[in-house]
Design a protein around this ligand. Sequence first.
Ligand code: GLV
Ligand code: GLV
Length: 328
Amino acid sequence: MQKPKIFVTHVFLGKFVEKLREKYDVVVWQGRDISREDLLAGVKGATGIISLLTEKIDDEVMEAAGPQLRVISNYAVGFDNIDVPAATKRKICVTNTPGVLTESVAEQVIAFTLALYRRVVEGDRLIRSGKYKGWEPDLLLGTGVKDKIMGIVGLGRIGRWTARMSSALGMKVIYFNRHRDEEFEEEYSIAHHTFDQLLEQADVVSLSVPLTNETRHMVGERELKLMKPTALLINTARGPIVDQNVLIKALKEKWIAGAGLDVFEDEVHVPEELRALSNTILTPHTASATIEARMAMAKIVVENIADAIEGRQPSCLVNPDVWQQKTD
Ligand code: GLV
Ligand code: GLV
């Protein structure tokens, strides 16, 4: 019998999927940045697809794969690149990699907070520019972190770990989430606020919500104007949660003091205007890029795909309705 095909969209994942070869015909796309055309051709006949967050997996891709497609295993915690309702309709499992990149992403939030307040990147740039002329008492005066208010938007795993670390730094923590978690509030002495109250009070606003229709441009002109002029905005979630053009204006006109951005509206085109701002730290979507997280993500991606094809409910299924339909 012919082995079922698994199509893997990126060469990086090739080494992690080796053990699937015993049971599956694993086809790994050998380049990077697979084109739409190559994606549509590559998935043809696949029972499983392993995808990256940069690939749009919509109904057309599912159609191109064919009716035998059982599972799309996304190498990311976010799955906004996948048309989940379309997959559910076709009884295709969609899986992600939650839990294992929580600390990595939250650490990046803290790294941005410390680096912005303590002007680490500006200091580095000054020395590299050759313009540093020796110690001065008021050179690159920063701001202390202790007693500042960390405002966490979205209390998922990442938001919770950010809350714990912020508390450990002596920050006061407030959060906004659709659902309150009173136990967590008590355990970590953190307070729930409405979104507007959080924006008005926080010294650092950190976004840890997924990108959905509800969160798209959740931070725009009104929200940035509610923030304190001394406040920082940190986005390690998804670029389109923030209206980037308005953010650029807000940073230029000093409605807020600075930003730490790991994600952008269009990741390969970070605008020159944003790159020119000194009160901003920009990183290339590397908040989850630790060895620990990447290895664990790969392990989960492989487990998810094998489970779904071999009839076990994957532990990271984002559309459990599909499993319900199967077992009914
Ligand atoms: C990273 O952005 C992820 O969603 O895993
Ligand atoms: C991601 O793992 C989250 O729940 O925040």
